[in-house]
Design a binder for this molecule. Sequence first.
Ligand code: GAR
Length: 198
Amino acid sequence: MLKIAVLVSGGGTNLQALIDAQKAGKNPNGRIVLVVSSNSKAYALERARQHGIETAVLPRRKYATTEDYDQALLALMQEHEIDLIVLAGFMCILGSTFTRAYDRKIVNVHPSLIPSFCGDGFYGLHVHEAALAYGVKVTGATVHFVNEVTDGGQIIMQKAVEVLPDDTPETLQRRVMEQAEWEILPRTVAMICSGEIK
Ligand code: GAR
């Protein structure tokens, strides 16, 4: 049974998808034991509490450097004996101290088809604004391993989503979540826990 930590910063709908999958018995080889938020007001924390999952808040601004933040996060992961770390709308950049310590044990969900609309500055709604401004007709979501390059780790799963003519960033974000993120993130996590993805 792998112990999973989910790192969040906002609404936590991807966290909810992971919790729902676990409750539905779709991840028999993993258990979410900790939710860490970079933001004390994140609704994701409430979702975790409602399901009896331990929470921690680690605001990035309390740490002077990325290295300091990495060390604090590392200590928390080690204290809880975490095997797998899931970034689910986590809006802080991790340093190489952290990513190297958990090489191929950190996954992230990104709301575009990498290598489009990714890297520094592409997060949350900005990703969908950029996709609409460019005029792409298809976008989607990607789940990938996390290394020291922002959105640059090995791709594990992707799913395409159609862009509709009257989409706004908000409607597109919602459709990408519903049709792609909430499906491929729990599926990837379950497959890592079962050993199907190494
Ligand atoms: C999701 O769309 C996720 O893919 C994105 O933020 C949203 C968080 O929503 N993540 C990034 O942009 C990371 N680069 P949630 O809090 O409801 O899961």
